[in-house]
Design a protein around this ligand. Structure first.
Ligand SMILES: *[C@@H]1O[C@H](CO)[C@@H](O)[C@H](O)[C@H]1NC(C)=O
Ligand SMILES: *[C@@H]1O[C@H](CO)[C@@H](O)[C@H](O)[C@H]1NC(C)=O
Ligand SMILES: *[C@@H]1O[C@H](CO)[C@@H](O)[C@H](O)[C@H]1NC(C)=O
Length: 252
């Protein structure tokens, strides 16, 4: 009997510890003050559907709000890709829109759902080109964040070399955000992009799940009260947690 009690106490303690570790990570991240050069490469190909695409844009708009944006802190450029690179106003990190929150959100809004074929290596190569044509600040970490389902027209093997170049020649960390249902997302490709043994640099998001983006009227209402209360999407525990997780991953 005593042994059982002792055991359940241990389990309770363990659970509390788990909660403290993960709870802190997910909920307390607020602002990133670090100098960073960040590129967002957004899959605008036809394999992503328009609901996921629209929510990706909204997610990005919210995400960049976690960063201090300026010439001396984070600079950010956003581009789309399908079988071609799709540049917004900023085709390099010297553009004035990369150093203001308004400017970065304009870049995000400028993305079009172009719906071409998915050639992810185009995105990988273009990210490198952007670093090459930008005036880079010494010792400022470079991060490339891909938002894609990872389903590459030429298979994931064709991503190995360009991803490796981005990480080695351009000295950039690659983060893979897998967009779409678990059934669709190609995790192998996301792994290749982030780098071998970098599964902690991968986040999966399905915007069609109610907790992470889906409009309230799209799903049946059994817990509407708790939803109404929070008001802000970024405060709910689905996407709010993912937002903070991605923001803290970029800020690492
Ligand atoms: C999106 O489409 C508009 C209108 O055709 C165009 O001006 C803009 O450059 C496009 N944006 C991107 C990122 O391709
Ligand atoms: C970009 O710069 C790297 C490193 O300086 C160089 O090896 C590479 O060839 C350049 N790529 C292009 C497309 O200019
Ligand atoms: C939602 O967020 C906005 C901007 O951050 C804030 O002004 C507003 O008070 C928030 N609303 C609620 C219900 O928390």
């Amino acid at each position: 009997m005593e042994l059982v009690q002792h055991h359940s106490k241990m389990i309770a303690r363990f659970l509390l510890l788990m909660f403290l570790c993960f709870g802190r990570d997910a909920s307390s991240f607020s602002t990133c003050d670090k100098p960073l050069d960040v590129l967002f490469a957004v899959d605008t190909s036809g394999s992503i559907d328009d609901v996921q695409f629209k929510h990706s844009q909204k997610f990005l708009r919210d995400l960049v709000g976690f960063f201090r944006i300026s010439n001396s802190a984070a600079r950010m450029a956003v581009f789309g890709f399908d079988h071609l690179p799709r540049f917004s106003k900023a085709s390099n990190l010297d553009d004035p829109t990369t150093v203001s929150l308004t400017g970065i959100r304009e870049q995000i809004d400028d993305l079009n759902f172009s719906q071409g074929a998915t050639l992810i290596h185009v995105g990988l190569v273009e990210a490198g080109n952007i670093f090459n044509v930008s005036t880079l600040r010494p010792n400022v970490p470079r991060v490339v964040v891909f938002l894609t389902d990872g389903v590459n027209y030429r298979g994931s093997d064709s991503l190995v070399q360009p991803a490796e170049y981005l990480r080695t020649i351009h000295n950039a960390r690659v983060i893979s955000i897998g967009i779409g249902s678990e059934k669709i997302v190609d995790e192998e490709a996301l792994n290749i992009m982030a780098g071998p043994r970098m599964s902690d640099q991968i986040v999966l998001i399905d915007f069609k799940k109610k907790s992470c983006g889906a409009d309230d009227d799209e799903s049946e209402n059994d817990d509407t009260t708790s939803d109404e209360e929070s008001g802000n999407e970024s405060e709910d525990d689905g996407c709010g947690t993912k937002l903070r997780a991605v923001a803290s991953l970029i800020c690492q």
